[in-house]
Design a protein around this ligand. Sequence first.
Ligand SMILES: O=c1ccn([C@H]2C[C@H](O)[C@@H](CO)O2)c(=O)[nH]1
Ligand SMILES: [Zn+2]
Length: 133
Amino acid sequence: MEINEQELFDIADRTMQNAYTPYSHYQVGAAILCDDDKVYSGVNVENASFGLTNCAERTAIFKAVSEGAKKVKAIVITNGTEEMSKPCGACRQVMSEFMGPDDIVFLANNRNDYKKYTFKEILPLAFSDEDMN
Ligand SMILES: O=c1ccn([C@H]2C[C@H](O)[C@@H](CO)O2)c(=O)[nH]1
Ligand SMILES: [Zn+2]
């Protein structure tokens, strides 16, 4: 990794300030390091029609894929509370499309605490294209 882990945390923290959360007031920031060695970040973007809300993790991944990145090597997810971040099921499934079992997931809070996981730890038994062979 050319970029160091601390930079990825800093980008997630900084980006979180852009979260659009007039309804939940729960801010989430994500930063991903991709195989092109670029970093992409994302926030949750809420909507008056609540179900249209896009999570921070998916915002970051969709930005990366839109720019041509194909693989996520590591992701930092943080939020504005002292509780550790936990990506929802939809985000874990989208992450599984672009992350391998041993890629790294850092789940952080607003206290500079974090836990480091492999992707397979946060989504065991992931459904993938191989299941359709
Ligand atoms: O994986 C998740 C789960 C929730 N949220 C956001 C969506 C919504 O704006 C707020 C409350 O659900 O948290 C994320 O960004 N990522
Ligand atoms: Zn989500």
